[in-house]
Ligand binder design. Structure first.
Ligand code: ADE
Length: 351
C-alpha cells in the first residue's frame, strides 16, 4: 500500500482560486496532448461504452445508410458537456467508412468559412459542427439549402447586379452538437432527421470506461479503485479520464504505480479537493455559505454570488447544475434552498 502523509487535505480557500476545476466537464487544455482525449476515444460501436439507446438508434441508421450507399440523415446530438458528442460523431464516420471534418460554430463567422468546408466535402462525408447553437445568421442560412437540397446558394456581385448562383453539393451528413438544444432556431432543428440526447453515465458504464482507459494507459487498477473514481466524476467520462490521470500522477510520485487501490484513489482525489460525491471546493463553499450564512435559504442568487465573490451567471451555469442534479440544492421562486440531502452531505463529508 502507498504511504502518504495524512496532512494531505484541502482548504476551502482553494475554491475558485484558479479558474480551471478538475471536475469541469468542459474540455481543458490538459485534456489534449499525447494521452489526451483523442488518443483515448473509442473508434467503433463496440468500444463505445454506455448510451445504449442512442447507440441502437444510430447504429441501425448507419447500417441502413451503408446498405443503401446513401448519406446518413443529418444528426443533432445534444446534452451536457463531456459526455462524448464529438466521440460519437467520429464513431459514426468510422462506421460509415468516411472522413469526419470537425469544426465549431464560432470558427464559421464569415460565409467563406462554411462555404470552403461544404464545397470540399466528398460524398457521404460527415461535417461535425460543435456548439451549433452559436452559428451566425449568415452561416445558418447557407446551411438550410445545403442540408435540405444539397445546394449552396452563393450571392455573386454587389447591389443591383448581384445574383444567386447555385452550386450542387455531394450528399453529406451534418452532425451538429450542442449543450443547449433549446437555443437552436426551429428551422435549423427541423432539418435534422435524427435528434438524440446524451445522458449522464451510470456507475457501471463509468467503471468500464475507467478500466478501458487504464488499459490504454498501461495501468493495472486494483478492485474497487475504478469505483472510487466513477463515483466522483459527476456522470461524465471526460472528468473520469481526467481524475484517472491525476490518480496516475499521485501514484507515480507518492505511492506505487503497480498498486492503485481505492485508498490511493481517495488520497489522490482529496488532494484535488474532490469529495466522495464529486463535489469540489467551489461546490462546498457554495453549500457552506448557503447553510452557515443564510440558514439553508431561501436566498437570492445575487446575494450568494456577492458572498462568494463570483458573478451570478457563472454560479448559475457552472456551479449550480451539478448541485441541482445531485439533489443537494433546490431553486424556488423565493431563492436557492438547501435540501436535506445537501445538508447531510455537507455535515458528513469533509475533504
Ligand atoms: N472514453 C470516453 N467516453 C467513452 C465511452 N463512452 N466509451 C469508451 N471510452 C470512452
Amino acid at each position: 500500500m502507498a504511504i502518504v502523509s495524512s496532512s494531505i487535505g484541502c482548504s476551502d480557500s482553494q475554491h475558485s482560486r484558479d479558474n480551471s476545476r478538475v471536475v469541469d466537464a468542459v474540455s481543458l487544455p490538459e485534456d489534449l496532448g499525447s494521452h489526451g482525449e483523442d488518443g483515448l476515444r473509442p473508434k467503433k460501436w463496440n468500444d463505445y461504452i454506455g448510451q445504449s439507446a442512442l447507440k441502437e438508434v444510430l447504429s441501425i441508421a448507419v447500417e441502413a445508410s451503408n446498405a443503401r450507399e446513401e448519406a446518413l440523415d443529418h444528426v443533432l446530438l445534444y446534452g451536457p458537456p463531456g459526455l462524448g458528442k464529438t466521440t460519437m460523431a467520429l464513431v459514426l464516420a468510422e462506421e460509415l467508412g468516411v472522413k469526419c471534418r470537425i469544426t465549431s460554430a464560432p470558427a464559421l463567422e464569415r460565409p467563406r468559412d462554411i462555404v470552403g468546408l461544404l464545397i470540399n466535402l466528398q460524398p457521404r462525408e460527415l461535417l461535425f459542427i460543435d456548439e451549433i447553437h452559436r452559428l451566425s445568421r449568415v452561416a445558418e442560412e447557407l446551411l438550410y439549402p445545403a442540408m435540405e437540397d444539397r445546394r449552396l446558394d452563393l450571392t455573386v456581385g454587389k447591389g443591383t447586379i448581384s445574383r444567386v448562383r447555385a452550386i450542387e453539393l455531394p450528399p453529406f451528413t451534418l452532425v451538429g452538437a450542442t449543450t443547449r438544444a433549446g437555443a437552436l432556431s426551429s428551422p435549423l432543428r427541423d432539418r435534422f432527421g435524427l435528434v438524440q440526447r446524451l445522458d449522464f453515465y451510470d456507475l457501471e458504464s463509468l467503471k468500464a470506461i475507467i478500466d478501458r482507459t487504464s488499459n490504454l494507459l498501461g495501468l493495472a487498477l486494483r478492485p474497487g479503485a475504478s469505483y472510487e473514481i466513477a463515483r466522483r466524476c459527476r456522470g461524465t467520462p471526460r472528468i473520469a479520464n481526467r481524475l484517472l490521470k491525476r490518480v496516475r500522477d499521485f501514484a507515480l510520485v507518492k505511492g506505487d504505480l503497480a498498486c492503485i487501490d481505492s485508498s490511493l484513489v481517495d488520497q489522490a482525489l482529496k488532494l484535488h479537493c474532490v469529495d466522495e460525491k464529486g463535489l469540489d471546493a467551489t461546490d462546498r463553499k457554495f453549500l457552506e455559505v448557503l447553510i452557515n450564512v443564510h440558514g439553508g435559504g431561501p436566498v437570492g442568487l445575487d446575494t450568494l454570488a456577492a458572498a462568494l465573490g463570483e458573478d451570478s451567471a457563472t454560479l448559475e451555469s457552472v456551479v449550480e447544475p451539478f448541485l441541482l442534479q445531485s439533489g443537494f440544492l433546490n431553486r424556488t421562486q423565493r431563492g436557492r434552498v438547501i435540501t436535506a440531502a445537501g445538508r447531510l452531505h455537507f455535515q458528513e463529508k469533509g475533504f
